[in-house]
Every structure is written in C-alpha cells, then in structure tokens.
Design a protein. Structure first.
Length: 326
C-alpha cells in the first residue's frame, strides 16, 4: 500500500533531528528525491553540501512502484545507501564535507508525487531538492511523466530546488527573478538564505498585459516597444523597493523587456549564474512576469539550478479583469 517504507541511516544509527534553526537562517531539514541515476546524484550532492553548511538534517528518498515486494524494497534501500555514499564523497574544495553517516535513507511504495509530498510532511522538511536530467530537463525530473513532476513542483508546500548542474562549489552568482508578487519575494528571500555569500542579481522582465491580443489586433512592434518602455518605467520604483527589502540586498537591479520565460534563463546564462530563484502560482499588478507557466518554462530552459517557491498563503495580487494564466 502507498507509504510502505524502508527507513535507515547509512550507518544504521537511530534517527535524530538537530535543534531547529532560527527563522531566516537557512533550511533545517532537507528532503532530496532521487531515482539513483548519476544525473540525479547531482541533487544528492547539492543537498549534502547545503545540509553540511547549515547543519540541517538530510533525508534521501526513492519511490518505487506500489506493487514492489519486500525484496525489491530492501535491494533499492541498499542501492540508495551506496548512491548517497558515492555522491557525497570527495566534496569540492572550500566546501563543508557532508557526512553520509548522518543521512536518513527512505524507500517508499506508491505514486511518486503523493509519496514525496507525504515524506515532506513526515520529515518536516523545509526544502525539497530534485534532480533534473535527460534531454528535456523537467520532463525527466522523476520517474514517471513530466506532468507528475510538474504537479509535485506545483503542490509542494516548501521551496523546491531543481538541480541541473554538477555541484562542484557553493553557489557564487544568483539571479533573483523579481516582480511585486508574494511568490517572487518568497523565492528571493529563500535564495538569500541558501546563498548568503553569493552575488545576487535582481532581474525584472517588464511585460504588457494582453500583448498577444494586441498583436492579433494589429498593434505594431514600435507601439508595443513604447508600451513595454512605459511598463518598465512604472515598475522600476516598485521593483527597487522589493529589492531593497531583501537580505542580503542584491548587488544589481536590472529591468529589461521581452518574454520572461526566455529572457530570465538567457540573462542567467549571460551572467554565468549557477542559480535562478523564481516564484510560481501568483499573478501581480505588474502583469504576467513570473507566473506558474513562466516558472515551468524557466525550469525547462535554465542552464542553472532553479529554486522555485510559492507565495505564502494569502499572498500575491491578481490584476482586475485579467484572465487566468495558462
């Protein structure tokens, strides 16, 4: 039945949790989901580096089919222990060495997304780490379909770190994709907690609400350019206020125009960023800058790791009269 489990620490010791971290000082309990592939091992390695840096408890999870028998569950559990040891060995120079002996390993039976969500609650985790692998990134995120992975990202009550790159160092350059919505602020805040020593670059992509419909009605590029310029000018004061509220504050605040789902990963690549922070699940008074659909495109296109956060309950604003996002 779903939720049947095989739990262990790598060295067989009993489970124990550290004292909770004070608010705002980084994750206290991290859950990393893996399919035991080498590409998913990047997520295990990144999660281990973060756990060591913040003295956080780390759980590594594999989900197997609901009909898996006890023999398969035990075999996968042993493979998971080896997987953790292998990917946490030989930490990068200048990073805290994660200790595989402190990792709790769990094998669960059932459908991937619901079981991962259950384990987030079981582990009382405040960060979920996933590996993006395969030609299409998010579509191969976890065993099963891309829609399962996207449903997990959409439903997770905690921020989700999707790891694309080998974890060879602490994050040095972070792009904060900002708008004036609560989800964007939450993603930027969490990124600041995870990367207090990194260089933070705030980026806002100004859009014109209803631009696609305007094109259909014959509005030309010159007029759309003037509208984008106006939107950017009106947004600057609000975006700079959001940036000023972050700790640590970003070293640069850049406003640009274009299609957010293309411009954000492009800009991150141009600046050699290792991490992009993006909000999801909200609409803002500045337009469709960082909606759920845009976050999904960023995840698929990003050359960097991506931290996705939802708005706190009750956060975010919706422009009056705007249609729901797609």
């Amino acid at each position: 039945m779903p939720g049947t489990e095989a739990d262990r620490r790598v060295d067989g010791r009993a489970d124990a949790r550290p004292d909770p971290f004070p608010d705002g000082s980084g994750p206290r309990r991290i859950l990393v989901a893996t399919d035991l592939s080498d590409r998913a091992g990047r997520a295990v390695r990144r999660a281990g580096l973060l756990a060591a840096r913040f003295d956080a408890a780390l759980t590594a999870l594999v989900v197997v089919p609901a009909r898996a028998d006890a023999g398969l569950v035990g075999f996968v559990g042993r493979r998971l222990e080896e997987h953790v040891r292998h990917h946490l060995a030989d930490p990068p120079p200048g990073t805290a060495p994660p200790d595989p002996a402190t990792v709790r390993c769990a094998v669960r039976r059932g459908p991937t997304a619901p079981i991962v969500a259950e384990e987030l609650v079981r582990a009382d985790a405040d960060l979920l780490v996933l590996g993006a692998h395969g030609e299409h990134g998010l579509a191969d995120l976890l065993p099963g379909t891309g829609s399962t992975a996207e449903n997990l990202l959409r439903a997770s009550p905690v921020p989700v770190l999707v790891v694309h790159r080998p974890a060879e160092a602490d994050y040095r350059t972070v792009v904060l994709a900002l708008d004036d919505g609560a989800a964007s602020r939450e993603a930027a805040r969490r990124a600041g907690e995870l990367t207090p020593d990194a260089s933070h670059l705030a980026l806002h992509v100004a859009v014109v609400p209803g631009e696609h419909l305007m094109r259909m009605r014959g509005v030309d590029d010159a007029e759309l350019g003037r509208l984008r310029h106006t939107a950017g000018r009106e947004a600057r004061e609000r975006i700079e206020a959001v940036a000023d509220s972050l700790r640590p504050p970003p070293g640069r605040v850049v406003l640009t125009t274009g299609r957010p789902h293309e411009r954000v990963p492009e800009w991150a690549g141009e600046h050699d960023a290792e991490l992009i922070a993006v909000g999801t699940g909200t609409r803002t008074a500045l337009g469709y800058t960082l909606l759920g659909s845009v976050a999904q495109h960023v995840l698929r296109r990003s050359p960097a790791d991506v931290l996705v956060a939802r708005a706190p309950q009750g956060g975010g604003t919706v422009p009056e009269g705007e249609p729901p996002d797609h």
